[in-house]
Design a protein around this ligand. Structure first.
Ligand code: NZQ
Ligand code: ZN
Length: 397
């Protein structure tokens, strides 16, 4: 196990009706004026936005509003949010929504005290010294942004869409209010995308070269099993509170680094996927359902026993000690079967992606056959990434 520090000071406020206490938590922390950030309207239709606003009013917290965040959030709205915060003396960000909304709020929080372009941080051209605090009312368990130190934003630069992440302790939310009932309205497709994403967050950490990490291995495996078990329930019974609650908490644990400490992490699949969501505006989880099995197939031989362990412990495949590769391949098939069973795509065709765009995807990813590589479990050069995209493109055709 590698040395590590684990400090994730987010206050999780979990359970029924607690969004009505949002104003109280903001007041306790001494804030005066929030910028409420939200998406394309689900929180308006459900009445959640109104309940949150009433709670702020009850506690004497002023607010401004910024709606219209799109999935795969764009930089334009971040600039708009920074302008509002500066003009109206906003002192805290309040994200009411999912990963796209939270990431937009985090980006605004970074941009307000910075003189330059906030996207400098995402291009690794600058490092922020300070940021406003971000608080969250979560409506979809998926990205894990409610407990993560990351934000992912899209910006068009020289006619090319760049989707980049930026990680920093400054991005860790101050508090996240998590009421599983708020997720009852999620369409099955969004529910499933979230499930794929949280599983991917665990698997990016699970496939590692670090040895001596059996506790985090087991934590990953147990969480994956819990997600699969509850996923089947929430898809069939969208208003099953306990299943929604388990999925919601799993989404946070999958990405607050509890299962990633002390071990090298990979993250190539996420970066391969981000190019798909940037180019085709496909949901991040749907893109991951296509890319993760392809990444696994390509890298299987690097550590067959790890893939076989995944197959046997997560999906219950019987371990073939004579031919562990058979078990490993069964695990990949079981993963694809599971994705299919919850209505997720498996191939390029299913998400409207095209094999002829692979060179463009590789350019967007920014890899070459020298120093610009992806991944830690296996170092992937441009030619490797090309083959992984090709596996995803060929699958099912
Ligand atoms: O916009 P509205 O109308 O609110 O609808 C949203 C949106 O269309 C809908 N939705 C959310 N809650 C709902 C609901 N519909 C009905 N009832 C509810 N309770 O769901 C759709 C998707 O929302 P979005 O916020 O985009 O989903 P998600 O949480 O999956 O976030 C995806 C984004 O997060 C990034 C992804 O790349 C993507 O841009 N990620 C962020 C990470 C982080 N910050 O740590 C890590 C992840 O790996 C990921 O990259
Ligand atoms: Zn993700």
């Amino acid at each position: 196990m590698e040395n590590f520090e684990f400090y994730r000071p987010t206050r999780y406020v979990f359970g029924k009706g607690l969004e009505n206490e949002t104003g109280k938590y903001l007041k306790e922390s001494g804030f005066r004026k929030a910028l409420i950030v939200y998406g394309g309207g689900s929180v308006v239709r459900s009445g959640l936005l109104q309940r949150v606003k009433s709670s702020l009013e009850k506690n004497g917290i002023g607010f401004e509003e910024l709606g219209g965040v799109k999935p795969n959030p764009r930089a334009d709205l971040v600039y708009e949010g920074i302008r509002i915060c500066k003009e109206k003396s906003v002192d805290v960000m309040l994200a009411v929504g999912g990963g796209s909304v939270i990431d937009t709020a985090k980006a605004i929080a970074l941009g307000v005290p910075y003189e330059g372009d906030f996207f400098d941080f995402y291009l690794k051209k600058a490092t922020p010294k300070e940021a406003l605090k971000t608080c969250v009312v979560l409506t979809i368990p998926a990205a894990g942004s409610e407990g993560s130190d990351s934000t992912v934003i899209e910006k068009e630069i020289d006619g090319k869409v760049v989707k980049n992440g930026y990680s920093s302790p400054l991005n860790v939310p101050l508090f996240s209010i998590m009421n599983p009932e708020l997720t009852f309205t999620l369409p099955a497709y969004q529910t499933a995308c979230g499930i794929v994403d949280m599983m991917a967050h665990i698997m990016e950490r699970y496939f590692t070269n670090t040895t001596g990490v059996s506790v985090t291995d087991r934590t990953c495996e147990g969480l994956l099993q819990g997600i699969i078990e509850n996923a089947r329930i929430v898809i069939a019974e969208p208003d099953n509170y306990d299943a929604r609650a388990n999925i919601m908490w799993a989404g946070t644990l999958a990405h607050n680094n509890l299962c990633g400490v002390g071990r090298e992490q990979d993250w190539a699949t996420h970066h391969l996927e981000h190019q798909l969501s940037a180019l085709y505006d496909v949901a991040h989880g749907a893109g991951l359902a296509v890319m993760f099995p392809a990444w696994m197939e390509y890298n299987l031989k690097h550590d067959v026993m790890r893939f076989a362990q995944f197959a046997s412990r997560v999906f219950g495949c019987s371990m073939d000690f004579e031919d562990p590769e058979r078990t490993a391949r069964e695990g990949i098939s079981a993963l694809r079967e599971f994705y299919k069973s919850i209505g997720m795509p498996l191939s390029f065709k299913d998400i409207g992606a095209k094999a002829e765009d692979i060179p463009l995807l590789l350019n967007m990813l920014g890899v070459d056959d020298e120093n610009r590589t992806e991944g830690k479990f296996v170092t992937l050069h441009r030619s490797d990434c090309e083959q992984i995209y090709s596996i995803a493109a060929r699958y099912g055709s």
